[in-house]
Design a protein around this ligand. Structure first.
Ligand SMILES: Nc1ncnc2c1ncn2[C@@H]1O[C@H](COP(=O)(O)OP(=O)(O)OP(=O)(O)O)[C@@H](O)[C@H]1O
Ligand SMILES: [Mg+2]
Length: 254
């Protein structure tokens, strides 16, 4: 089976004031359909840069990236936007909901971009909100919802198009521990239903509940446990650290 995400020797450089700075320095990884992966590592190690590349929000300086068998670097910006809308659901730390739109309207948005009819938009958005346990909050605006409920709305928005991949960059960073637990349960349910999930987190508890942890350091993969992804060829990586056991997260930033 082909990997859903195939990155080979990815470099992402930024030029700041004439100086080149490597945010990613040779990242290679394969992530397969149905995996639940946590990306961890210190602040500045390249986690969000990697997520932006996986999510086709950014392009690598060099290296190759294939998403679901498509070479992302060959797509035009328009193709990329469409590809992104269909293949990927995004969940952000601060929810990124439209403040004046209801929960239902927020969830309908990706369907609007996908050109789905009004009636079907409504049905699918309602179904997605029911799926995240918010069937009774569809008419509420974000400021009438708790943080956990807002994150549920954004998860409903992420899944409403039926994407192959859900990307979440610190989705529980703004939530208390009880709400974090609820949101993680939701991700686990989505994963059990077949969604591939990649989540960036600083929280050891969150990392422990993923099936695989990829640890970044200084723009490179330092370790990848591939744990509980039994039977799958989970990863090709170079460099030391393959055998590093998953320990307590030491690198939580202040
Ligand atoms: N747009 C940009 N321009 C210049 N440098 C950038 C840009 N985005 C990120 N960087 C640099 O790239 C490196 C990796 O940043 P990145 O945001 O990927 O880190 P991170 O692992 O997500 O950190 P955090 O845990 O704090 O979110 C950092 O040194 C950062 O300063
Ligand atoms: Mg980040």
């Amino acid at each position: 089976m082909n990997a859903l995400i195939e990155m080979q020797d990815i470099v992402r450089e930024y030029v700041i004031g004439g100086d080149r700075m490597r945010a990613l320095n040779g990242v290679s990884m394969d992530i397969f359909h149905g995996e639940f992966v946590a990306i961890m590592g210190p602040s500045g190690s390249g986690k969000s840069t990697t997520m932006n590349l996986i999510g086709c929000l950014d392009k690598a300086t060099s290296g190759t990236y294939q998403l679901d068998g498509h070479d992302v670097s060959r797509l035009s910006d328009d193709e990329l936007a469409e590809f992104r809308n269909v293949k990927i659901g995004f969940v952000f730390q601060n929810f990124n909901l439209l403040p004046r739109a209801t929960a239902l309207e927020n969830v309908e948005l990706p369907l609007l971009y996908a050109g789905i009819s009004r009636k079907e938009r409504r049905q699918r958005a309602e179904h997605a909100l029911e799926r995240v346990g918010l069937g009774n909050r569809m008419a509420n605006r974000p400021n009438e919802l708790s943080g956990g409920q807002q994150q549920r709305v954004s998860i409903a928005r992420a899944v409403v198009n039926g994407p192959a991949l859900i990307l979440a960059d610190e989705p529980t960073g703004a939530l208390d521990s009880h709400t974090t637990d609820e949101i993680l349960q939701l991700f686990e349910e989505l994963n059990a239903q077949g969604n591939t999930i990649v989540i960036v987190t600083h929280e050891p508890d969150v990392g422990r509940r993923a099936k695989r942890v990829i640890r970044f350091k200084d723009g490179q993969i330092e370790a990848d446990d591939g744990r509980r992804s039994a039977g799958r060829p989970v990863m090709s990586m170079s460099g030391p650290g393959d055998e590093v056991a998953r320990g307590e997260e030491q690198d939580r930033c202040p």
